[in-house]
Design a protein around this ligand. Structure first.
Ligand code: GRF
Length: 198
C-alpha cells in the first residue's frame, strides 16, 4: 500500500481530511505516521486514528541542519512513498529537501506564484485580490517555489475576515489534498520528469 508521512504544525484539518479518506479500504494510500516541530494540537487526529506520531523541536538542536537530520531519520523510519507538508510552518534545509524531493508536497493557501510565505491569506486580502485559492506543489529549496501540481480558486467576498477566508480555503485544500494523494498513489499524477517521460 502506498504510504504517506504527514508533517504538521497546527490544528491539522488537512491531516484529518486525509486520515478520514484513508480510513476507507477503497482509498489507495495509507497515513503511516504524523510528525511535527512542536506539540501541535493536530497530533490528536493521528492519535484518534491510531497513527504513530513524532515531534522533533528545532530549539533542541544547534543548527537547522542538525534538526533536519533527526527529522529525516524519523520520517525515513516509516519508509514513506510520499511526505505531505500539511500546515508545517518551517522552511526545510537542503539536507532534507535533497533526500525527499520530489516525493514531498506542500499545501499553500494562495494561488502560487502569488502570495508565497507564511501570511498568504492576509497578503491576498491586503493586496485587494478578487480571487484566491489553494495550491499543492512539490517542495524544493525555495519558499513555496516548487512545481505546481494542482490549484483551486475561490472569489474573495467583499469585507471577509482573514479567518473566514482561510477557513474557506482550507475546505478547498482538504478536497485537493485527498485527490492529489490518491492521484499520486495510483500514478495518474506524476512527480518526476523521468516518470512523466516513461
Ligand atoms: C493550511 O491553510 C496550509 O495551506 C497552511 O497552513 C494551513 C494548515 O491548516 N500552510 P490545518 O493545520 O491543516 O488546519
Amino acid at each position: 500500500m502506498f504510504s504517506v508521512v504527514v508533517l504538521i504544525s497546527g490544528g491539522g484539518s488537512n491531516l484529518r481530511a486525509l486520515l478520514t479518506a484513508a480510513a476507507s479500504p477503497l482509498y489507495p494510500a495509507k497515513v503511516v505516521a504524523v510528525g511535527s516541530d512542536k506539540a501541535a494540537t493536530g497530533l490528536e487526529h493521528a492519535e484518534e486514528f491510531g497513527v504513530p506520531t513524532f515531534v522533533v523541536e528545532p530549539s533542541r538542536f544547534e543548527s537547522r541542519e542538525a534538526w533536519a537530520e533527526v527529522l529525516l531519520s524519523n520520517i525515513e523510519f516509516h519508509k514513506p512513498d510520499l511526505v505531505v507538508l500539511a500546515g508545517f510552518m518551517r522552511v526545510l534545509p537542503a539536507n532534507i529537501v535533497d533526500k525527499l524531493s520530489p516525493r514531498m508536497i506542500n499545501l499553500h493557501p494562495s494561488l502560487l506564484p502569488d502570495f508565497p510565505g507564511a501570511n498568504a491569506v492576509a497578503d491576498a486580502l491586503a493586496a485587494g485580490a478578487s480571487e484566491t485559492g489553494a495550491t499543492i506543489h512539490i517542495v524544493d529549496e525555495g519558499v513555496d517555489t516548487g512545481k505546481v501540481l494542482s490549484q483551486a480558486s475561490i472569489p474573495v467576498a467583499p469585507g471577509i475576515s482573514e479567518i473566514d477566508l482561510h477557513e474557506q480555503i482550507k475546505l478547498l485544500e482538504q478536497e485537493q489534498l485527498v485527490q492529489a494523494v490518491s492521484d499520486i498513489a495510483t500514478g495518474s499524477l506524476l512527480l518526476t520528469e523521468k516518470e512523466q517521460n516513461a
